[in-house]
Design a protein around this ligand. Structure first.
Ligand code: HEM
Length: 136
């Protein structure tokens, strides 16, 4: 039988959950003071929001499935339906995440290929979350 080699997940190339904690910590530090995004996030549960995104990304990139075990199927578009996400929100979300990914690359935590993989995933996923047309 021919064995098809499975690609090693990105999770195995970084220092595990800690990498995603740092990535999401930097991201949320920018989100909470962002004029478009800050008001959308639960001010009294930023730690919870940080943990949900961290665990989701850990699972997405091939780490433990704690997110799914506790939150169920991601259904991300549906979970975002209660927030008005237009072009300004998409652009701000992606910009803060891209900067955080860039910091990880500059620090030597991820390769150029993995940086590109992450950026292309986040660009696609953020566009997928848009649920209102521009009004201006
Ligand atoms: C496009 C702009 C986006 C905006 C404005 C946005 C906003 C939000 C807000 C306000 C929440 C609630 C915070 C909480 O209590 O957890 C949330 C949750 C979440 N977001 Fe986003 N988001 C965006 C894009 C994305 C993208 C691209 C991803 C994934 C790559 C993502 C993943 C998540 C996850 C995993 C949760 C927690 C879901 C749960 O289990 O309840 N978001 N988002």
């Amino acid at each position: 039988m021919v064995k098809i080699p499975l690609e090693q997940p990105l999770f195995d190339r970084v220092d595990g959950v800690a990498f995603f904690e740092r990535l999401v910590d930097r991201f949320y530090a920018a989100v909470v003071v962002d004029p478009y995004l800050g008001p959308l996030y639960p001010a009294d549960d930023i730690d919870g929001a940080r943990e949900r995104l961290t665990l989701f990304l850990v699972q997405y990139w091939g780490g433990p499935t704690t997110y799914g075990d506790t939150r169920g199927h991601p259904r991300l578009r549906m979970r975002h339906a209660g927030f008005e996400i237009g072009e300004a929100e998409r652009e701000a979300w992606f910009r803060h995440m891209a900067i955080s990914v860039g910091v990880a690359f500059e620090a030597g935590e991820i390769s150029e290929d993995d940086e590109a993989r992450m950026l292309s995933y986040f660009a696609m996923a953020a566009a997928h979350m848009v649920n209102v047309a521009e009004t201006d």
